[in-house]
Ligand binder design. Sequence first.
Ligand SMILES: [Zn+2]
Ligand SMILES: [Zn+2]
Length: 646
Amino acid sequence: MIKITLPDGAVKKVPEGTTPIDIAKSISEGLARNVISAQFNNTVVETVTPLTEDGTLTLYTWNDTEGKKAFWHSTSHVVAQALEELYPGIKLTIGPAIENGFYYDVDFGEHALSEKDFQKIEQKALEIARGKHDYNMRSVSKADALQYYKDQGNEYKIELIENLEDGTITFCDHSTFTDLCRGGHIPNTGIIKAIKILSVAGAYWRGNENNKQLTRVYGISFPKQKDLTEYLELLEEAKKRDHRKLGKELELFTFSQKVGQGLPLWLPKGAALRERLEQFLKKAQKKAGYEMVVTPHIGQKELYVTSGHYAKYGEDSFQPIRTPKEDEEFLLKPMNCPHHCEIYNSSPFSYKDLPKRYAEFGTVYRYEQSGELHGLTRVRGFTQDDAHIFCTTEQLNDEFKNVIDLTLYVLNSLGFNNFTAQVSVRDLNNPEKYIGNTDDWEKAEQAIINAAEEKGLNYVVESGEAAFYGPKLDFMVKDALGRNWQLGTIQVDYNLPKRFDLTYKGSDNELHRPVMIHRAPFGSMERFVALLLEHTGGNFPLWLIPIQAIILPVSEKHEKYAEKVLNSLENHEIRALIDKRNETVGKKIRETELKKIPFMLIVGEQEEASGTLSVRRHGGEDLGSLSIDAFSDLVTTEINSTLKSF
Ligand SMILES: [Zn+2]
Ligand SMILES: [Zn+2]
């Protein structure tokens, strides 16, 4: 008999050779029907793998991430079989599950796969799935595995197998198809009820651009047709909210091949939006005791050697800029922190002067491979809403909590209510990834957990997610489509103060080392605006939106009155403009709806006579006739309901 421990702590004594699915059955038939994958002692196993020793067993259904992973990976085998049947002679490489679905990288030889082929592949794959084939894992010797793929002439699989150790190699069979695979499958192909091929893209073998370019086939599958329909609707909505598309429509930003890829250009409306975000944060920061500083965009290479950034990123980033005569080397600033450390170092401080809180909207530059660039979310130059707090160890806890308060204020003012906090700590198995001593790391990690506890944050601890110089607290936001984004971050750092030899005079008259907090509630202006666009679909909070109201004169006759209205709205600090085009009011209303301007103010004969506005809200609600003062009060009240003072 062996002892199997379940996640709830329950222990089952079962005969050796019992499988995960047997154990599910012993709990309930319903569970057994829904279990699609399993983990035993933290290793992925098949649901039919005989268990031969004591251990911990976790059973997964479609509702678990691990369950979905097994489902999608299993589907990739079926799709690979369909591809082989449809395009004989192709060479399969790897086919993992990803966050949403799976892909398979394939060498199609001469055939160029396109969207026209998708339906055919889906039909073939579904036909195979309906055969309810079991997935059977078997061990093969290295020699046999190599021979199998030599016979097929598949040099990719041969390369994979050559890097594996004899005795650890397994194949997975289903139907007439065999693939090199480590395992982790659903019980049989029959539970795959819907398959969609989503897209194809080029992908270099092993991600190396010197290798051959393969075709990456992306797909997704579901246990119910209804789930696929819902997923496709969500995808459609996500496309509409793509920040690159909305950024163009709303005239916020652009890119120019001449300027260079990954370097956003902010258009007037976008720049004004950024300015409002900056003013909003500056105002709150001022109340929280921050001081603004300004530092240059480049710094001597030595600065980043001291900070440790050069050792970590130097080779893989923008290369040094050289002066023509003295051969000095400068780097584009990848981080603001080293500059702020030198500001701290410019004058002596006593414990009474601390904390010092230096803030800067600092633009930094990081090299990202061109394939990684994406709209405003992955760029090569971006502006952080950065600040560094230098404080004593005794002040650390309070300071950290103050930063949490500020971050929550920022998120709430912008309508993000659905967020989680993640405490990112070291990976204890890979200490070489981090700089600094263990003692400081432990103190810093504990300080973050304490602050998160005291603030009652709903947080998770993730090991291996820390920065190389310290642990951090990250705020993760779910957008309107349920996608996770990482936003603001707060980090504790004992390391840079040492590297820059930062000190303060304590009450004992001795020199002590301050602790440093790095923080950026938005993360970066670029990323934040991208998320805001995708989260709101362009319907920004009223206080932030570029144009709050548009005045629509019924005819040319009323333009003078429209000008008067605009003037007095400007005096009330309402951002408005007049649509003077020679179009009907009906057409103007329809077009304004698309521009997501919150209020339409229609002015004609009657309005002019009574000195009023006919107010219509974005979305169609008619607010009737209002005086300019009444409209201004309405705007102020709505702004104050989301934008509280800090
Ligand atoms: Zn597999
Ligand atoms: Zn920093």
